[in-house]
Write a protein that binds this ligand. Structure first.
Ligand code: 2BA
Ligand code: 2BA
Lengths: 141, 141
């Protein structure tokens, strides 16, 4: 049972804190969201409200898919659609006090997991990169 | 040194074989590449030539970044630009006989690693998901 050797891993230590997480706001249109994604270089970011509560994830794929017409990509529609119409509302979330193995299991199928408090306010994100870096380091000892 | 317990991990067993890897061809324009990415749902795919040799990676971000004008996203330019003008030519690659720990180290900073033979022909890709799934399984025993 190797997980005993990995018990010094905590979500809080590894997560990227909320103030460093790029996001878009509820009510933003898809053009704004696409600009945020393009400029930050991320392919998916959280969607938050004015109180920083988590509502969903917006991704370049969801945006592109929503404007894919029969004949061409209908880019003009980006200005008229809001993130809430397109975002993935089924977001995996954990609490900062959850066991890191729960986070490892979730990142198998998600590139990152949102860490929220009991009010749904975003506290940070736990990414595949941070857990891969930690696991690699532990395996090299 | 836990890595001894993980010695049953091989790149060949874990990689996604080339015939299951979505890709674009050298000479395709960015509009075609964006359609492939949107329809497959991937944010990045390899760029291959007619002999399936690996030349680079094309990503939604690189495409969007290339048409980001001063005032707006210049979508009309997608038809006139080729994948080779925009793709990331600095692709991490491994051989199928390389040690899996080398692959683990590379996926810290890359979402996937290309597996090529000595002629540069793509044999498969090694993704973060497959190694996370394997590590999780090994840690649960
Ligand atoms: N500006 C940058 N600097 C250095 N490396 C970069 C980078 N942008 C992307 N990468 C690399 O590419 C991976 C995939 O990024 P992606 O944006 O698709 O997927 C990202 C993105 O959707 C989200 N993410 C990561 N950091 C974020 C942040 N600060 N704010 C918002 N979302 C973030 O979590 C996903 C997984 O991130 P992870 O770090 O595991 O994996 C990242 C990282 O290894
Ligand atoms: N159609 C689908 N079905 C199920 N899950 C899906 C999916 N599309 C994406 N995902 C999930 O989202 C993660 C990130 O996908 P992304 O396209 O950004 O980044 C992907 C993509 O750029 C590339 N990739 C994966 N499979 C591919 C394939 N069959 N052909 C071409 N590229 C592939 O490797 C990266 C990492 O893939 P990984 O599997 O670790 O991680 C995937 C996977 O967990």
């Amino acid at each position: 049972v190797f997980s005993e050797e990995f018990t010094n891993i905590s979500i809080k230590d590894l997560m990227i804190p909320a103030d460093k997480v790029a996001h878009v706001q509820m009510g933003n249109n898809l053009e704004h969201a696409l600009l945020v994604l393009t400029k930050t270089g991320y392919t998916a970011v959280p969607v938050l409200d004015a109180q920083y509560r988590l509502h969903g994830l917006i991704t370049t794929n969801l945006i592109m898919d929503s404007i894919l017409g029969l004949e061409r990509i209908e880019f003009e529609r980006l200005q008229n659609m809001k993130v809430e119409e397109v975002m993935n509302k089924d977001v995996s979330r954990l609490n900062v006090s959850d066991d890191w193995m729960k986070a490892l299991k979730l990142v198998i199928n998600h590139t990152f997991v949102c860490i929220t408090n009991e009010d749904g306010v975003l506290e940070g994100i736990f990414t595949r990169r941070v857990i891969l870096k930690k696991l690699h380091k532990q395996l090299m000892i």
